[in-house]
Design a protein around this ligand. Structure first.
Ligand SMILES: [Zn+2]
Length: 695
């Protein structure tokens, strides 16, 4: 900080609870109990000297903002948990990078460029504690979810005034949150510590980082010095084909067939006379990897070639952290001609809420499978396709690695009938009606055992769409696999429930029991902007279901049941639901039958972890639950038989117990854990013996 923060006037604010805040001449005095709510921070790595290895550029690599040299805002090996251009709900893009901090707070955040703090964000939501830095040339960088604006060794020094300002703002706004422009009081050099990472705002601990110039957000991975070595090609999972009649309802699954990885011989090794290791490393060319995909052998295609055909592709990319992120490049060629190419390396400010033009919002499941349109915007009719021409689809990442599908897509009316006969038995097709983006529409279905209403309000969708809701008894064969279906009810002849033998065919024990009818929302061009609102009630079939049911959707993209909502009211054998909705697929009320599982920490983590100051032993247990999800309230954690407080970290599905070593007697202690889900299923007790630490 080059200039001290001066605030000559004295501000006096009386906060709720009678707290008095005085802010005078840069010094902050707070009178009152329990004032500054520090979030936890430990494991700070200010001393870490490991640096991200810069990736040698591949042949086609571009550099944004050439002539400038950047550094990653976190020191140490770089792990990305959220990539640039990724789909976020409500049709938004993620327009920065998320740096993983592995559940640690308090890591040093440094500035990649010299600059002055332009804006400060102080809130319990969104960016949380965020800083916006303006650098020469109009480049703006953003740092989100910070723990505080302190740096190691700066507490109580003039450099802590940025943190004093943050606390003052927090008190003056009663924690309601502000985003304010401040005078140029705080200047930073390139690579200087500006704050500490945290988990303020939203989500698990991580650092959110953005780069913007002239209203154009840039993928930081394209800045010099911020490349990340990545030799894993994206993964391609499925294709969707849309002929004149609409989208093929089930994705066409793909399988990997081969990979062109740079063989050891193909990497140019340094000539013998160059003995300097760093020089040879820098000169080694990191060749992009290409993986090839083909149709699954039993893929059934439900389409007819015609004048115009539209394609979509599902997949994801991983970088060092193994999180499933969005990809960077999309390309399609039909019959050898390039038809479509889109790069997600920069996004204009005015397009931030228009990711529905690149992603299929009703089929994308964040963090699992991203479904991309291989045409430009929802109004585009697609591309001519005679049917016998091969298509080539490419998903690429920022390092130039690619997943490639190449092939001819067989088609014909026979394929459609086969599909119908095999997996669509008893499923009513909805009559599609037009949903006008500007006017909306209501879809409603009522049966004796349940009802559902989906309201598309004005501006729910990007464009006009077609959608229909049906009600029936049957599930698709994929959806049926994990569901026990009660036998057909005698009182309702003529309605055939899904064949019970379908369950016996699969050897896995059912995760769910179906409780009520199945609703199915089908759509064409269903590109959500805000999502629809829905209400439903379901009758429950079994007496023991009360208090244990929830509403789920079978997402055909990922082939799984996803939790949609818990009932807000249950009475007289009925459960009532209200929920926002932004998918297509089957909706059913299910009862979760499977208990959660606790993984022994020794299987995946060091048995004893200390925090930074070694004054707490940290034990972590991963809890896996299929179905209704971990319930904190029903879970029991005991230390030598007495209840013990614990943390639940939802993003990592981890239960965490922190023990002061002083609490552990010489004979050690027994930690007992029994995890529960929202439907009341309980895991067996897990016992974990903790020996007294050697002193
Ligand atoms: Zn982020």
């Amino acid at each position: 900080v080059r200039r001290p923060f001066e605030l000559r006037s004295v501000l006096r604010a009386v906060a709720p609870g009678g707290l008095t805040l005085l802010l005078a001449a840069g010094s902050l005095a707070v009178i009152g109990p329990g004032l500054v709510s520090h979030s936890r921070h430990f494991g700070g790595s200010g001393k870490t000297t490991l640096l991200a290895q810069p990736a040698p550029p591949s042949q086609k690599r571009r550099t944004e903002l050439p002539g400038l040299e950047f550094v990653h805002p976190l020191e140490g090996p770089v792990h990305i948990s959220g990539s640039f251009g990724e789909y976020r709900k409500f049709s938004r893009y993620h327009h920065g990078l998320d740096y993983k901090t592995f559940n640690r707070n308090g890591l040093t955040v440094r500035t990649p460029l010299a600059g002055v703090v332009e804006r400060v964000h102080v809130s319990k939501r969104g960016y949380g504690n965020g800083l916006f830095l303006l650098s020469p040339g109009g480049i703006r960088t953003t740092y989100g979810h910070l723990n505080d604006f302190l740096c190691p060794g700066t507490a109580g020094t003039p450099r802590s005034e940025l943190e004093d300002l943050r606390r003052a703002i927090e008190f003056l706004t009663y924690g309601r949150g502000v985003f304010i422009k401040i005078p140029p009081w705080f200047r930073f050099q390139s690579g200087e510590c500006i704050a500490r990472s945290g988990e303020s705002g939203s989500g698990a601990p991580h650092l959110h980082f953005e780069v913007q110039k002239n209203g154009r957000y840039i993928d930081p991975l394209f800045l010099r010095g911020m490349e990340i070595p990545d030799t894993t090609a994206p993964t391609m999972l499925s294709l969707y084909i849309e002929d004149a009649r609409g989208v093929q309802r089930l994705p066409v699954r793909l399988r990997p067939v081969s990979t062109d990885s740079p063989s050891p011989g193909s990497v140019p090794s340094a000539p013998p006379e160059q003995s300097d290791q760093s020089t040879s490393d820098a000169r080694r060319e990191l060749r992009p990897v290409r993986s090839y995909y083909a149709l699954e052998p039993d893929a059934r295609l439900e389409w007819q070639p015609g004048k115009w055909v539209r394609y979509m592709v599902g997949g994801y990319d991983t970088m060092a952290a193994r999180n499933r992120n969005g990809v960077q490049t999309l390309a399609l060629s039909v019959g050898g001609r390039q038809s479509f190419r889109h790069e997600l390396d920069a996004i204009l400010h005015r397009d931030l809420a228009r990711s529905g033009r690149v992603y299929h919002t009703a089929r994308t499941v964040i963090g699992r499978e991203y479904v991309y349109l291989l045409y430009d915007g929802s109004r585009n009719p697609g591309f001519p396709h005679r049917g016998d021409e091969p298509i080539r689809v490419i998903l690429g990442d920022a390092s130039g690695n690619e997943a490639v599908f190449e092939g001819v897509l067989p088609a014909g009316p026979g394929a459609i009938q086969e599909e119908t006969a095999n997996s669509d038995e008893g499923r009513p097709r909805a009559k599609l009606q037009t949903v006008f983006a500007g006017r909306g529409a209501n879809l409603e279905q009522i049966s004796a055992r349940g009802a559902m209403k989906i309201r598309f309000e004005p501006r729910s969708l990007h464009e006009d769409a077609r959608a229909g809701l049906s009600v029936g008894e049957a599930l698709s064969s994929a959806a049926r696999k994990s569901v026990r279906i009660p036998p057909p009810r005698q009182s309702r002849p003529g309605i055939s429930a899904a064949a019970p033998e379908a369950n016996q065919r699969t050897q896995e024990s059912p995760v769910f029991q179906l409780e009520g009818p199945v609703f199915r929302l089908e759509g064409r061009d269903l590109f959500y902007r805000n999502g629809a609102r829905a209400e439903a009630w379901f009758q429950t079939e079994s007496a023991e279901a009360a208090g244990t049911v929830a509403l789920y959707m079978f997402n055909e993209t990922v082939g799984r049941w996803l939790l949609v909502a818990y009932p807000y009211r249950e009475a007289d054998g009925r459960a009532y639901y209200r929920f926002p909705f932004r998918y297509e697929g089957s909706l059913a009320q299910l009862r979760d039958l499977s208990p959660p599982r606790i993984l022994q920490p020794s299987l995946w983590a060091p048995p004893t972890l200390y925090n930074e100051n070694k004054n707490e032993i940290v034990r972590e247990f991963m809890v896996i639950d299929r179905g209704s999800g971990f319930s904190r309230a029903n879970t029991q954690v005991l230390l030598d038989g007495r209840p013990m407080p614990f943390q639940w970290i939802p993003d990592r599905a981890t239960l965490q117990v922190r023990l002061p070593p002083a609490l552990i007697p010489g004979r050690g202690v027994l930690l007992s854990i029994r995890a529960a889900d929202h439907s009341g299923n309980r895991s067996p007790w897990l016992f974990d013996f903790i020996a007294a630490p050697s002193r």
